[in-house]
Design a protein. Structure first.
Length: 287
């Protein structure tokens, strides 16, 4: 039985459900789905239980564990012996690279936590003889639950003339949640020789402004946002606040090498060609 720890509202969990998990699956979440969704999952072989990575204790098993929750909490659970399995698949983020030099201290702290969590996870797994497959996606899209593109699309649906930096030149590599989910499923049976940590950018590199434009044409086709010159926003990177870090990266390339993932894992993600279904309307934008 596969252990699966996540937030039920997570986009990777939704992508895995869509692709179909090899069951039966024992899944844990701080907020398991409601009765209707839980019943549908049960029919697909997914058995939900309430559990938090901060206190979760799993019985030792010879089956893999897949974590979609916070990497630091998962690493701590493995280090403390509360999660033991021969194969551990976990998601981190390329934010460990991209935000290490951010002007925002909170973002720098996030990057530091990711680095320490990776170190702790690999050290604990080595002591216990477990394999680790650590996956670092770039900007994830495709399920309407991400906190970047989907949030902008939702905002423009409400404010069709919203000013946006549609000429921002910093390059990005958005990666689709379904491509990540498909890779995670393949890693359940991948050879031990390819265990390790991998950066996972999407299949196309494009300017931040062009990425926004394509997302809006797919998710808010009737909107006509105003093009705000990106350099007018640069002073915001000098002010404290939640936008300090993102504004500082409008002209910065966040480009990562996926050669190891392509060579060893068969990683071949799609380019960024969104369609309306990639931005479903939801009651409220994700946090």
């Amino acid at each position: 039985m596969l252990g699966w720890s996540e937030h039920t509202s997570g986009q990777l969990g939704e992508a895995l459900r869509r692709l179909g998990l090899p069951g039966p699956v024992q899944a844990w979440s701080r907020r398991p789905p409601g009765a209707g969704a839980a019943a549908r999952d049960l029919a697909a072989g997914i058995h939900w239980q309430a559990g938090d990575l901060g206190s979760l204790v799993l019985p030792p098993s010879d089956l893999p564990v897949l974590s979609l929750g916070p990497l630091d909490a998962f690493a701590a659970a493995v280090a403390e012996g509360r999660i033991e399995a021969p194969r551990l698949i976990a998601f981190g983020s390329t934010s460990r690279h991209a935000k290490a030099t951010s002007p925002d201290p909170q973002e720098r702290a996030l990057a530091g936590r990711l680095v320490r969590a990776e170190e702790q996870l690999f050290e604990a797994a080595a002591r216990r003889g477990s394999l680790v497959f650590l996956l670092r996606p770039t900007l994830v899209w495709g399920m309407g639950r991400d906190a970047t593109l989907s949030r902008v699309v939702a905002r423009v649906r409400r404010q069709p003339r919203l000013p946006l930096p549609l000429d921002a030149p910093g390059r990005r590599q958005p990666v689709h949640a379904l491509d990540l989910a498909a890779l995670a499923l393949r890693l359940l049976r991948a050879p031990a020789s390819v265990a390790g940590a991998y950066d996972l950018p999407g299949g196309e590199t494009l300017a931040f402004g062009e990425m926004l434009g394509r997302a809006l044409r797919a998710g808010a086709p009737g909107a006509r946002p105003l093009s705000l010159p990106w350099w007018l926003l640069r002073p915001g990177a000098l002010l404290p606040g939640p936008w300090r870090g993102p504004l500082s990266r409008l002209a910065r390339d966040l480009v990562f090498d996926d050669t190891p993932a392509r060579a060893l894992l068969g990683w071949s993600p799609r380019g960024f060609q969104p369609v309306p279904a990639d931005f479903p309307e939801r009651p409220e934008a994700p946090v």
